[in-house]
Ligand binder design. Structure first.
Ligand SMILES: *Cc1c(COP(=O)(O)O)cnc(C)c1O
Length: 364
């Protein structure tokens, strides 16, 4: 047994558990044809333009990437109508969450998150020995009023996952406006908009507007993993005023964004067609799932993302296992305090139909 001890308290932190990889399920269950509807990946695959750009970049991987991601940041700034100094890129949005926590948190700080929200905030808050404050959901959505009420002199960060993973709900522009008016300047408000491009409502907040206005305590984060179909290459970005981003530049590992990711990101930003096709296919798939869940008498939450939260009852864990046995990986939500629910990614039409057929068989 080793005497080398990890930092104090680390052994009490539950690591983030991702959806099971397809290969693991194939191995464990002796199955060939396995589909994954557990991690909100793009069923259309990656953008062909991104693949082409990466193919061209492959012969340059003997070189370190541009540590500043100069061209990608320029392109993002144009795309988002921001200055390049107001944009930073990271090794996935997850990488940016880690950077935010490293840069801003220490023991004694408090971080406000919602219950039943993205668990990566919790992990790194605790790694930094800051205190996690969880506000309850309101009708399965994030309760911004409760979050604002949880603020005190020790509060450092509020993570607002919008749309929220795993509920798929949004907080609206008027709610955000009121919330930001109530939150004091010493609190960094992080809007995690990983599913931004899927949002289907007029009153979704334009949080980049706050950055353009020079607001000193707002950071918006998005990712290339979901709508852009680049989860495997790890690329995310954040927008905030330069003063907020500067500490992230200190803690970021050198070359955090690899050469292929930079090439793919640049290419996919130009691929409007792929984005539109993804959003359209997702909307159709989501409505198919709604109709089928209704037919099966299952309660579900209307979603602004590429996943749907559906209640299958107290035996949700068993249902998830039964789906695994049929080669379908979904996300049980016990770890999100939603014991009776499964989170299912909207897949291709064929995958969605297979999921419904299996669910129907299992629940009968
Ligand atoms: C998927 C997801 C992320 C992580 O995105 P990556 O860029 O793949 O690291 C962050 N936040 C939320 C809410 C997500 O669902």
């Amino acid at each position: 047994m080793t005497c080398i001890k990890p930092q104090r308290g680390l052994d009490e932190i539950e690591p983030y558990v991702p959806g099971k990889p397809i290969e693991e399920v194939q191995r464990e269950y002796g199955l060939r044809d396995v589909i994954k509807l557990a991690s909100n990946e793009n069923p259309l695959g990656p953008s062909p333009r991104a693949v082409e750009a990466m193919r061209e970049a492959l012969v340059r991987v003997n070189m370190y990437p541009d540590g500043q991601s100069y061209y990608l940041r320029q392109a993002l700034a144009r795309h988002l109508d921001l200055d390049a100094e107001q944009v930073t890129v990271g090794n996935g949005a997850d990488g940016i969450i880690v950077e935010i926590c490293l840069a801003y948190l220490q023991e004694g700080d408090e971080v406000v998150v919602s219950r039943s929200s993205f668990p990566v905030y919790d992990v790194y808050t605790r790694v930094m020995r800051a205190t996690l404050i969880k506000t309850p959901l309101r009708e399965y959505g994030i309760d911004l009023e409760a979050m604002a009420r949880a603020v005190n002199g020790c509060t450092k960060i509020i993570f607002v996952c919008n749309p929220n993973n795993p509920t798929g709900t949004v907080v609206t522009a008027p709610e955000v406006e009121e919330f930001l008016a109530a939150v004091p300047d010493h609190v960094l408000v992080v809007f995690d908009e990983a599913y931004y491009e899927f949002v289907d409502t007029e009153d979704f907040p334009d949080t980049l507007r706050y950055v353009r206005q020079g607001r000193q305590n707002v950071l918006t984060m998005r990712t290339f993993s979901k709508v852009y179909g680049l989860a495997g290459i790890r690329l995310g970005y954040a927008a905030a005023v330069p003063q907020v981003l500067a500490p992230l530049n200190v803690v970021r590992e050198p070359f955090a964004v690899n050469l292929l990711a930079q090439a793919a990101g640049l290419a996919v930003l130009e691929d409007e067609e792929f984005l539109r096709a993804t959003v359209a296919a997702n909307r159709a798939g989501r409505h198919f799932l709604y109709r089928e869940f209704e037919r099966l008498g299952l309660f579900f939450i209307r979603s602004h993302t590429n996943f749907v939260l559906v209640r299958v009852g107290p035996q949700a864990g068993q249902v998830a296992r039964a789906l695994l046995e049929r080669g379908i990986i979904v996300r049980p939500c016990g770890a999100y305090d939603l014991e009776e629910f499964l989170r299912v990614t909207v897949g291709s039409a064929e995958q969605n139909a297979r999921l419904i057929a299996a669910l129907e068989e299992i629940l009968r």
